[in-house]
Design a protein. Structure first.
Length: 280
């Protein structure tokens, strides 16, 4: 399965990083960037704050490629894309840093952090606590933790590390069992991936079905397969707090207009006269 291949290669990648920069150095640098050198009651989590704004929030993704689609964007001016997302009204930006299947890079995250004011989600496959400290150094406001890769105990450990660094964690689930694991671990943000990572099949009703398992005080995000303003409205009616949108924005030349279409603020008329929104 592709998820297992990515995880295996990521373990190797982390081992290579540890050879270059030992764990204790990364921990020290990350903690130096953390107010009060740790979590206290006054810690502000920008990613969560942004998603708790009134109405449905949009997390817009920077993604050059994916295992299911191959190369999505031959031309990839990531800084300009991030600025376009900010101008379009995104609440946060998701940045792929996985290099082999998604053609991501750590420098994308760091440079965007330096030039864009929105909270940044580091989208990678975290299999080692080392990556959490690294994410803080790179400029992330939040990290992705995938239930399919991590058991409940490990999730809890990683959540503790993240929160102690002032980082939010989007805990991603696809099944009832994974949602329950996320809750047991203490997740404050749960994202349901409508794409089955084993088969790549997409079904938006996955989010709708699993929403009932998540208490309303926990942020709920729907990811993948959101094809139209009608899908967005349906998710909003189902008390979804935010949607994560990638491919349709990456393929659109006008990010602001595409986001307006998905919000239902603007319509496109096809050559046949029908109204539609592009695929996410």
């Amino acid at each position: 399965m592709i998820l297992e291949k990515i995880a295996t290669r990521t373990v190797e990648r982390v081992a290579e990083m540890k050879q270059r920069t030992p764990l204790e150095h990364v921990i020290r640098e990350a903690k130096a960037l953390t107010p009060n050198n740790g979590l206290d009651i006054n810690t502000v989590f920008p990613f969560e704050k942004a998603l708790r704004a009134e109405g449905l929030s949009f997390i817009c993704e920077l993604k050059k490629a994916s295992p299911s689609q191959g190369i999505i964007a031959q031309d990839f001016p990531y800084l300009q894309i991030a600025k376009d997302y900010e101008a379009a009204g995104a609440a946060a930006i998701s940045v792929l840093t996985e290099p082999y299947w998604f053609h991501g890079h750590d420098q994308y995250l760091t440079e965007i952090h330096q030039q864009v004011g929105l909270p940044l989600l580091r989208k990678d496959f975290i299999v080692d606590g080392y990556q959490i400290y690294e994410s803080k150094i790179l400029g992330a406001s939040a990290i992705l933790l995938i239930c399919a890769l991590l058991n409940t105990e490990t999730l809890k450990d990683y959540l503790d590390i993240a929160h102690g660094l002032g980082l939010s964690a989007l805990v991603e689930a696809h099944t009832e069992e994974e949602v329950r694991s996320a809750l047991a671990a203490g997740a404050r943000v749960i994202g349901v991936n409508n794409r089955n990572l084993k088969t790549f099949e997409v079904d938006i009703t996955t989010s709708i079905r699993l929403r009932a398992l998540v208490p309303e005080d926990i942020l709920f995000i729907s990811e993948s397969g959101i094809k139209s303003p009608e899908d967005v409205a349906r998710l909003k009616a189902n008390k979804t707090d935010a949607v994560l949108i990638g491919e349709s924005l990456m393929r659109s030349e006008n990010k602001k207009e595409q986001l307006a279409i998905l919000r239902g603020e603007r319509e496109i008329v096809s050559e046949h006269g029908t109204m539609r929104g592009d695929c996410v």
